[in-house]
Design a protein around this ligand. Structure first.
Ligand code: UDP
Length: 311
């Protein structure tokens, strides 16, 4: 297949690009590099099946030649990034999704939308099944991401229903691994970076809020299965192992054997109190579940962080 991958220079995008190439596909990677980085895809540049196009997908997209699949992964994805780029975040989720769907329609291609657990907002139901409609503050600082992705889901299914496009929607829960930006502000890079530098570990709020962390290779396995499936409605992909942020800070200290004292900072506005995917649908329909435990995934990620300091 010849695949257009938006956001291909990002954290998840670059891992997905790599796996698609390994599976024998051709990848056109499109990114405007506001949060993606060329170094994430530098090792793919020589591959004849890989092409990079620097383009902002909120502007009209032109792709020459055939396209079999459009995978729309472009978006800032860290709360700090979408607070820094609120309008870009709204535009890539809305205009960028519209343009990406337009490419799929013009080329008769299939389409996959990278959506998010943020569509559930600060959920009143835990774990979150796909049938839960969420609890989102549309005008809060996180609303720029949440509402853009909710719009993206709506327009994706509208293209499916109105134009008959074969669409998939994945709701990605917290994912971590190699190539996360050291200072993207998310909890995994923050804690690892702080621990390795023996700096204070910044827990926001009292640390009782929970998250469930999925290692990136597990997520990519699930994405590949979803691409091959006939599911048109949203599917959760994530690891159901739920931990409190305070316990998570302690775990990073334990695994790294370093890290300064834990200090408590203000909880960001609308920070979800709980988050855990109900993955029954992915298990049943895709035969997928994560296999990399938190310790093993963190060890690999920490190793990569250490090596990246030495470069
Ligand atoms: N968090 C924290 N310390 C940090 C960064 C994040 O305690 O240095 C908390 C944050 O408030 C949230 C959780 O960790 O409750 C996960 O935050 P992240 O930014 O990774 O993404 P989110 O899951 O909120 O989208």
């Amino acid at each position: 297949m010849r695949i257009l991958l938006t956001g291909g220079a990002g954290f998840i995008g670059s891992h997905l690009a790599e796996r698609l190439l390994d599976s024998g596909h051709q990848v056109i990677c499109m990114d405007n590099l506001i949060t993606g980085r060329m170094e994430n895809i530098a090792h793919l540049a020589e591959n004849p099946d890989f092409e990079f196009i620097k383009h902002d997908v909120t502007e009209y997209i032109i792709v020459e030649g055939k396209v079999d699949y459009v995978l729309h992964f472009a978006s800032p994805a860290s709360p700090v990034d979408y607070l820094n780029y609120p309008i870009e975040t709204l535009k890539v989720g809305s205009l960028g999704t519209h343009n990406s769907l337009g490419v799929a329609k013009a080329h008769g291609a299939k389409f996959l939308l990278a959506s998010t657990s943020e569509v559930y907002g600060d959920p009143l139901v835990n774990p979150q099944p796909e049938t839960y409609w969420g609890n989102v503050n549309p005008i809060g600082p996180r609303g720029v991401y949440d509402e853009a992705k909710r719009f993206a889901e709506a327009i994706t299914l509208a293209y499916h229903r109105s134009h008959g496009i074969d669409t998939k929607i994945v709701r990605i829960f917290n994912t971590y691994g190699e190539r996360m930006r050291h200072h993207d502000g998310r909890v995994v890079p923050n804690f690892i970076d702080q621990a390795l530098k023996n700096e204070p570990m910044t827990v926001y709020g009292d640390g009782s809020q929970t998250r469930s962390f999925c290692y990136v290779s597990d997520l990519v396995d699930g994405l590949l299965k979803l691409l091959d499936s006939d599911l048109n409605e949203p599917v959760n992909l994530g690891n159901p192992n739920e931990v409190s942020i305070l316990d998570f800070a302690r775990k990073i200290k334990e695994i790294t054997g370093c890290g300064g004292e834990i200090v408590f900072k203000d909880l960001p506005t609308d920070d979800p109190k709980v988050r855990r995917p109900d993955i029954s649908k992915a298990k049943e329909k895709l035969g997928w579940e994560p296999v990399v435990g938190l310790n093993r995934g963190l060890e690999r990620t920490i190793k990569w962080f250490k090596e990246s300091y030495e470069k």
